[in-house]
Design a protein around this ligand. Structure first.
Ligand code: CA
Length: 254
């Protein structure tokens, strides 16, 4: 069991994505694979097998945990179970494909035996492949390798996001408003990045607090307002792209 625990440790994935979302560990370059599966034994078994096959594996119980991880790390591929508590796998896939930042991350679905409708639906929604349960870990690994080969060369996640005149580069952690580079604090950058990834979506102050400051943060929603104010000022003419949505929170673009 110790091995299993090791396999799903968080390994400081590089923020943002390079080509293939490689990460550096002990001098080796490993590809990071996310596994979203609520059944512990499957998640741990696949994580362990992937680690043994030379990948970096990180497991998540549900969509919520996946979205949180995606805000700071980009996997080379996501192995996504359809039957999940909360947001189901197909909804997650749809949201990934519709998002600017994650649309190109390859996704392999885990589907139940006989669930043909799910498979067809999944492929229509942009899944790269599917694996039918029960499956052998060797099969899963060879499918993963095949999808990674096919998707090779494509940038898996846009490392630069642009909305109106604001350009944010995740890897370089730079922000430009028009031609002007803008110096942001760590939290301001995280806040702007999160708003931009969720372009057009209204985000409540509580949601922003939770995402940027963490669950345990004891601050007030005023903290968000103060950071937004500072962001707008620093972005100058482009600051107007961040819209206040009365009684709810903020959004950018859309
Ligand atoms: Ca499941």
């Amino acid at each position: 069991m110790e091995y299993f625990n090791l396999a799903i440790l968080d390994c400081h994935c590089a923020k943002g994505a390079r080509r293939f979302a490689y990460m550096q560990k002990w001098g080796e370059i490993l590809q990071k694979i996310f596994i979203v599966e609520d059944e512990d034994h499957i998640r741990k078994m696949v994580s362990y097998a992937l680690t043994m096959a030379g990948f970096e594996a990180e497991g998540f119980m549900d969509g919520e945990a996946l979205w949180q991880a995606l805000a700071t790390a980009c996997p080379a591929l996501i192995l996504l179970d359809i039957m999940l508590p909360g947001q189901d796998g197909l909804s997650i896939l749809k949201a990934l494909r519709q998002s600017k930042a994650y649309a190109k991350i390859p996704v392999i679905l885990l589907t139940a035996k006989g669930a043909e409708y799910d498979r067809i639906n999944g492929l229509d929604l942009g899944a790269d492949d599917y694996i039918t349960k029960p499956f052998s870990v060797m099969e899963a690994i060879s499918r993963i390798k095949a999808v990674l080969r096919r998707s090779g060369g494509e940038p898996l996640q846009a490392s630069e996001i642009q909305i109106a005149g604001i350009r944010l580069h995740k890897d370089r952690r730079t922000v430009y408003a028009g031609e002007q580079e803008v110096g942001l604090t760590y939290k301001e950058f995280e806040l702007l990045q999160y708003l931009m990834i969720n372009e057009g979506i209204v985000l409540s102050r509580d949601k922003l607090l939770e995402q940027i400051w963490g669950f345990d943060y004891n601050g007030e929603s005023r903290t968000v307002d103060m950071h937004i104010k500072s962001l707008r000022q620093k972005l100058g003419d482009e600051g107007g792209a961040i819209k206040t949505v009365r009684n709810i929170g903020y959004k950018i673009g859309g």
